[in-house]
Design a protein around this ligand. Structure first.
Ligand code: KG4
Length: 334
């Protein structure tokens, strides 16, 4: 089954063709980073307009590179939540029109379910059940993936997402946007014990919930203090200490959940899964506890449409299709 998949929830426009949920025939991505860089973050209106400008071209290119004719597309899948509403709307409306024109089913896909499904593309043998840590720019959650479309959130951030913590910290350190990669790169030259950053605790009875705003504020305060007093700031050391703190918070929650639920298969997904410290720490911890770790290659960590095609296939098998009344949503439970 060939699915034409569309992703437009934030600052990447992406269209892919995926066969049977597992084989990527084409995977086109247009990154808007250059458009937003000057503003230090994503400007929603600019994002929506840019999606509109390139989406048709990308779809044509995705079909051409896949070597698939329009009549051989069996369904159209799209991210319909969560995301920047104007941005998601562009992809949803494009997908609705394409499904209508091709006379095929329309499949709405939750963006985070898509990130989780990136692992199906990278690991053909992976099947639920497994535990998945989904870490992106807007979401951070620990998910019990019982089935392809049967999953529940065990714990999540109470405030900022892990990616937001990296992005805001990078901004105050003058490292640009998006900040995760520059912090990751800089951290490799630094001492991860240079700064004693907090590991914010979370009140309440959910041991898997997390918090990153205190950590972000600590980095911002250190940077402002250095600016105001003229004292030098060890940027590589601060970047390394931040990566260590974020990784320890995520790893602690994930391993505790894997122990409690008895999971031997642990996956990580989302843009922040590209972080080298997090990848290394998870690899080591899973190796030491005899667990199998799944982390997508870097291209499949960030936003892409192939992952939407992968999850779309399983949503279709579960009968989750929509009609042309489908709407876009800024927020949506998993
Ligand atoms: O999954 P994604 O592309 O978009 C969302 O769905 O949000 O994630 C983007 C996030 C940004 O916050 C970005 O700074 C972060 O992923 N990121 C990283 C790395 N590469 C991207 N964070 C830490 N280390 C990286 N190497």
């Amino acid at each position: 089954m060939n699915i034409l998949a569309v992703e437009s929830s934030c600052d990447e426009t992406a269209v892919a063709v995926v066969a049977d949920g597992r084989r990527v025939l084409s995977d086109e991505i247009f990154s808007q980073v250059a458009l937003h860089e000057i503003y230090g973050g994503v400007v929603p209106e600019i994002a929506a307009r840019s999606h509109l400008e390139v989406i048709t071209l990308l779809a044509e290119r995705a079909l051409e590179r896949a070597g698939v004719a329009r009549r051989d597309i069996d369904a159209v899948a799209c991210t319909y939540a969560p995301g920047l509403i104007g941005a998601v709307l562009v992809g949803v409306n494009f997908a609705k029109s394409a499904a209508l024109a091709l006379g095929v089913p329309l499949i709405p896909v939750h963006h985070i379910r898509g990130h989780i499904a990136a692992n199906y593309l990278a690991y053909p043998q992976l099947e639920p059940p497994f535990l998945c840590l989904a870490i992106s720019g807007g979401n951070t959650m620990l998910v019990d993936v019982r089935g392809y479309t049967d999953m529940s959130v065990l714990g999540q951030t109470r405030d900022d997402a892990a990616g937001e913590c990296f992005d805001k910290s990078a901004r105050v350190l003058g490292l640009g946007y998006p900040g995760g990669k520059p912090i990751d790169d800089l951290s490799r030259q630094g001492d991860d014990r240079a700064y004693d950053l907090p590991r914010p605790s979370v009140h309440g009875d959910n041991p898997y919930d997390m918090s990153f705003s205190g950590l972000k504020t600590a980095v911002v305060n250190l940077a402002h203090h250095a600016q105001q007093t003229g004292q030098p700031l060890d940027k590589p050391g601060l970047a390394a200490s931040l990566c260590r703190a974020v990784s320890e918070i995520l790893l602690g929650r994930t391993m505790a959940a894997a122990d409690a639920l008895g999971y031997d298969h642990v996956a990580v997904a989302g843009g922040v899964a590209a972080n080298s410290r997090i990848r290394g720490d998870f690899e080591r911890a899973c190796g030491q506890t005899g667990r199998q770790l799944y982390v997508p290659p870097l291209r499949l960590c960030g936003d892409n449409a192939a992952m939407i095609g992968a999850q779309g296939y399983y949503e279709f098998l579960a009968g989750h299709t929509a009609d042309s009344g489908l709407n876009a949503y800024a927020t949506m439970a998993l």
